[in-house]
Design a protein around this ligand. Structure first.
Ligand code: MSP
Length: 665
């Protein structure tokens, strides 16, 4: 007798999140994606291990703690605990929550440093540079007083003696590695970005600080502490054994899921650190895009964050998971909207999968006493059943292929095509009519068998995204085992056994009223925003998040009075000049004449309009918005545009000629 073969291991990670703030829906997106991959890989026969965690050191946490009147350790622990609790509550905890304050992480960082140093890749040097405290990064090519190109905040000039990692020695090694491993960086656009960065030459990297106290000590080198990336990245390894990584067989990681803004650290620094230490390199880094609100990355400092808890309380975690994976093309930016979330819920989950499950199971209960009927052996010329089977069988292979490529949106689209196909099949075959004539009994049995079998396949395929709902439907179909243990490779048409007792059909996704649901989320958001966001933050001079969160999406649904509308001042403007904003592919910097002055406005129009085509064009401008900075460029107003389903903007305009400066009412 042969012993069962051990399952191959699969190790994946989320970023380790900073503990100077609480999770928003952008962070939640990363962790949900990793959880979906984790569940999918399990259904493909892997022994999966997922790490998430907290990145706790650095100036930001040190300062936030000081403001809150707490020690960094105390402050950071309180926040790390809340991150962990949230992932637990949302059912996306991973297998390990590594904290960079964990003793095992300290040991791993110090060990890795020693290996790099023994191999000759660490040296001492002096560093003077512009540093963005908020982003925990030096700003290359910036001078004193310059703003950070990412967040727009002023940079600080820092000079200190540091340990440097000799990154410059890794340029060719990295390029060779990327060439030999073309799938290492995904998607393609990020790979190109990293290649051009590395091709441009690599400077040595300062990896310790003497100005910060809140960090992991460099052994025997007080007051040096390790600094940000030569700390956080190593958490992926600390989580699975650190110096003893080979004992658990989980290193190298198969996949690091990250947001696009940290691709460079993962795809350049991290492999270089590991090469320097003679350790195996991760197999793939996948950078997803950003969830945008109002064409901007959601972030606490911009005050446009959406929190997950209110959404989950109002509508549930599964609709949120489905919406994020279905609506946002993985790897690209996507706009988050409550309206789209609830619309997707009602159309795809309530009316789609939920309705299919309930009508199929109800009819099986009504016409066959809650037992899966036996389909008639069908002559080949009667095409309905074979085509249903063929369709589902083909879809199975296609969906697995799409999941493998992390094309979640397309995978779900294909699964929901099966849902639509079965729905249509039921509508065409009309089981309720067949049930009226005893001579149609066989045909009725076949139709309901096919519907139930199609539903079973859909349920298994959708499980990584909708784990609880699909498990319920699976049980209702009389399947006893845990769906998470089902292997997709062996799933095939016809495995549903006639005679299986089905469970009581229960509503899985009740329809919801859109405006009422959005209003509930809004109320909960506001409640949540009243509470201090970080421990002790109420006492701080700048509360972390003012109640502005989520306002843009909510405004779309709630009714407002005319007096609210009157608060918005809109005028006809004329574009005088337009140019691209460096480093931001969507943004244009415009000078717009609004009658009595020329305003500088930064607008997310660059993907739809060439700068030269806008010059002279009349546009509608919201003129009384608070100024704000986008990519470090001040914007004094907003250009009004319609947003197409793919997010492309279309400028609002007039058919008649209108004078510049005219007010809109
Ligand atoms: N601590 C570093 C990561 C170290 S990894 C060894 C860090 N932390 S973070 O708290 O800022 O989290 C960043 C990650 O959160 C992003 O890479 C991304 O995965 C996720 N997101 C944060 N805002 C986001 C959006 N608006 N949209 C989508 N994901 C975003 O960087």
């Amino acid at each position: 007798m042969s012993t069962p073969r051990a399952k191959p291991k699969y190790y994946l990670t989320t970023p380790l999140y900073y503990t100077n703030g609480m999770p928003h829906i952008g962070h939640t997106y990363s962790t949900i994606v990793a959880d979906v991959i984790r569940r999918y890989k399990r259904m493909r026969g892997f022994d999966v291990f997922m790490t998430t965690g907290a990145d706790e050191h650095g100036v930001n946490v040190e300062r936030s703690a000081q403001k809150a009147g707490k020690s960094p350790q105390e402050f950071s622990t309180e926040i790390a605990v809340q991150w962990k609790r949230l992932w637990d509550d949302l059912g996306i905890p991973g297998d390990e929550f590594i904290r960079t304050t964990d003793e095992k992480h300290h040991r791993t960082v110090q060990w890795l440093f020693k290996r790099c140093r023994d191999n000759g890749f660490i040296e001492k040097g002096r560093y003077t540079g512009q540093y963005c405290v908020h982003d925990n990064a030096y700003v290359v090519d910036a001078g004193p007083g310059d703003a950070c190109p990412d967040c727009g905040r002023p940079t600080e000039t820092v000079t200190e003696e540091n340990y440097f990692f000799k990154l410059s020695e890794f340029q060719q090694k990295l390029l060779d590695f990327y060439a030999a491993n073309p799938d290492f960086i995904q998607p393609e656009s990020r790979r190109n970005e990293v290649l051009s960065f590395v091709n441009g030459g690599l400077k040595n990297l300062s990896i310790t600080r003497t100005t910060i106290r809140w960090g992991i000590p460099v052994p025997g080198e007080a007051p040096h502490v390790f600094y940000v990336w030569f700390d956080a990245l190593i958490g992926y390894l600390s989580a699975v054994g650190g110096p003893n990584y080979d004992e658990r067989g989980l290193w190298p990681a198969d996949l690091h899921i990250v947001g696009k803004e940290i691709i460079r650290f993962h795809a350049v620094y991290w492999p270089a650190f590991l090469m320097a230490a003679d350790l195996p390199l991760p197999r793939q880094i996948w950078a997803h895009g950003w969830l945008l609100f109002d064409s901007e990355k959601m972030s606490k400092s911009r005050g446009n964050v959406v929190r997950p808890r209110p959404i989950v309380s109002a509508i549930g975690i599964e609709p949120l998971r489905y919406y994020l994976l279905r609506e946002i093309v993985f790897g690209q930016d996507g706009s988050f909207s409550y309206d789209a979330l609830v619309t997707r819920y009602n159309s795809d989950l309530a009316n789609g999968l939920g309705n299919l499950a309930s009508r199929t199971l109800t009819m099986i209960e009504r016409y066959f006493g809650g037992e899966i009927p036996k389909p008639a052996p069908r002559p080949r010329k009667e095409t309905e059943a074979p085509s249903t089977a063929e369709y589902a069988t083909e879809a199975l292979t296609k969906v697995m292929h799409l999941y493998d490529r992390l094309s979640f949106s397309l995978a779900l689209e294909s699964i929901w095509e099966i849902v639509a196909m079965i729905d249509k099949y039921i509508t065409v075959e009309k089981p309720w009519t067949l049930a009226e004539k005893p001579e149609d009994r066989e045909r009725l049995a076949t139709v309901l068998y096919n519907a139930a079998e199609g539903l079973r396949i859909v349920t298994a395929l959708a499980h990584p995204v909708l784990p609880e709902a699909t498990q319920k439907i699976w049980h209702q179909l009389g399947q006893a085992e845990a769906l998470s243990g089902v292997q997709l490779d062996v799933l095939s048409w016809g495995q549903l056994k006639p005679g299986t007792k089905t469970g009581k059909p229960e509503g899985i996704f009740p329809r919801v009223d859109k405006s009422e649901t959005i209003a509930r989320i809004e109320t909960m958001e506001q409640e949540q925003n009243k509470a201090p966001e970080t421990p002790g933050a109420a006492a701080a001079s700048t509360p972390a998040t003012p109640g502005a969160a989520a306002a843009p999406a909510v405004a779309a649904s709630a009714k407002i009075g005319i007096e609210d509308f009157a608060k918005v001042e809109m005028r006809v403007g004329q574009v005088k000049s337009a140019e691209r904003v460096a480093g931001a592919d969507k943004l244009l910097q415009l000078q717009v004449d609004i009658g009595d002055e020329v305003r500088q406005i930064v607008a997310g129009l660059a993907l739809a309009y060439k700068p030269e085509d806008l010059v002279g064009r009349k546009v509608v401008v919201v003129t009384n918005l608070q100024p704000r900075k986008l990519r470090g460029v001040e914007s004094n107003g907003m250009i009004v545009a319609a947003s197409l389903p793919d997010g492309a903007p279309v400028l609002a305009g007039f058919l008649e000629d209108v004078p510049v400066g005219a007010k809109l009412k």
